[in-house]
Design a protein around this ligand. Structure first.
Ligand SMILES: Cc1ncc(COP(=O)(O)O)c(C=O)c1O
Length: 414
């Protein structure tokens, strides 16, 4: 799979067996989950064939090899996001679990009644619901940064709310919106918080950014980062929490039980050091190993190339979709600071009808609230249709989407 400087979509696509199975499939639901290349599927299979044993406990070679495979991926993940110390990488089940680990492991211990957590109106439920539970439990307050008129984040409004700014303890926002495709200016926001002497921690839900953009935590300058393997070619059931060492040192485990202990007495327990402390029980071993293969695949393509491919599709998609009469697009109009996620709808037509008619032509998109109901309220929609691209998509896929949407109009007589 040697590719020089730029990606060739036709070559990339041939690495994904689902497109052999369904040659006419136009898969545009990548914000929900990505397809998997042969190398990832093989890595999962090979784990069972050659390495299967439980990790960290066995004294025999098979177990030691399995442990090494698993721990190698921790180092790969660290390298992928610019983290120098693999100990700062905690494997979770997904982004949801990673955020819950922050909420219950860090915030529950460090926040108190009256403290403020800042979220935004464009958050996925994964970055809202655990905070609501903490609000109900501890009496913290939540503030949602509103949208700007062009679907960015009006984050400077934080200063104008009249609340005691020293009460803000955490800002937790999505790097990229799963509905609008907006890329939020994380390092600019962190700089703004520092300039205004807000001594807060910053958590970035990077579920939609790590798959698409080159990410370096040193540039983002955040404190926590969360993402999921399945949205970046890897298996389901594997997620990541990255946190600064100092924060991990101050965190309580979220799940307790086996593997995360140093010593258990009848009435007490000494926890293991992290990362083990935060990884109770047997992990998704084959999934983590498959995730390693996904990272290898993306590294071979080069994340800058992945991003440039996305930007080509984003610009083309915006141009073509804007030309459809009556189609309302939700997201930045300008072709910058956004990725190739397009949310749209026709007045008076339910997005499910759009998705169903497109499916007749094997075009897979998502319709609904996209686990972002507060955002749906902000944009005054109960649901939208969403097409989202990845490395194996081409301009031809977007042409088919446009043709499909014209057919929707014809079929429904609008
Ligand atoms: C921005 C964002 N955050 C969090 C999640 C949750 O990811 P997972 O279901 O893998 O936990 C998603 C999934 O779509 C997402 O788009």
């Amino acid at each position: 799979m040697k590719r020089d400087k730029f990606m060739k979509v036709s070559l990339v696509k041939s690495d994904f067996p689902i497109f052999d199975e369904y040659p006419n499939l136009v898969y545009l639901d990548n914000a929900a989950t990505s397809q998997k290349p042969h190398t990832v599927i093989d890595a999962v299979k090979q784990f069972y064939v050659k390495y299967n044993a439980n990790i960290h406990r066995g004294i025999y070679k098979l177990s030691e090899n399995a442990t090494q495979k698993y721990e190698n991926v921790r180092s790969k993940v660290a390298g992928f996001i610019g983290c120098d110390d693999p100990k700062e990488i905690i494997f979770t089940k997904n982004t949801n679990e990673a955020i819950n680990l922050i909420v219950y492991g860090w915030a529950r211990v460090n926040l108190k009644k009256g403290d403020i957590v800042v979220l935004s109106e464009m958050e996925h439920h994964a970055n809202i619901v655990p905070w609501i539970r903490l609000k109900q439990e501890l009496g913290i307050n939540l503030y949602f940064v509103p949208l700007t008129s062009d679907y960015g984040l009006d984050y400077k409004k934080i200063l104008a709310q009249g609340f005691d700014l020293s009460k803000i303890k955490l800002v937790s926002i999505a790097h990229v919106s799963n509905v609008l495709g907006t890329i939020n200016p994380v390092s600019e926001i962190v700089k703004f918080l520092k300039e205004n002497k807000l001594s807060v921690k910053v958590c970035i839900d990077a579920a939609q950014s790590v798959p698409h953009l080159p990410i370096d935590i040193r540039d983002l300058d955040c404190d926590f980062l969360t993402f999921s393997a399945h949205k970046m070619l890897g298996p389901s059931g594997v997620g990541v929490l990255w946190a600064r060492l100092k924060l991990l040192e101050s965190m309580e485990p979220f799940l307790a039980g086996s593997h995360m202990i140093l010593k258990v007495f009848r009435d007490n327990v000494i926890f293991a050091d992290f990362p083990d402390k935060f990884e109770a029980g047997t992990a998704n071993l084959e999934g983590v190993v498959g995730f390693g293969a996904a990272i290898d695949y993306l590294n071979k393509l080069g994340m800058q190339n992945v991003f440039e491919h996305d930007q080509t599709l984003m610009k083309y998609g915006l141009q073509e979709l804007s030309g459809i009469d009556g189609l309302k697009l939700f997201g930045l109009k300008e072709a910058k600071n956004r990725i190739a996620i397009f949310s749209f709808g026709f007045e008076g037509i339910h997005p499910h009808d759009i998705a169903q008619i497109l499916d007749e032509d094997n075009i897979a998109i998502r319709s609904g609230h996209h686990c972002a109901q507060p955002l749906m309220d902000s944009i005054k929609q109960s649901a939208t249709a969403r097409a989202s691209c990845y490395i194996y998509n081409s301009k031809e896929d977007l042409d088919k989407l446009v043709m499909g949407l014209k057919k929707v109009k014809q079929t429904l007589g609008i």
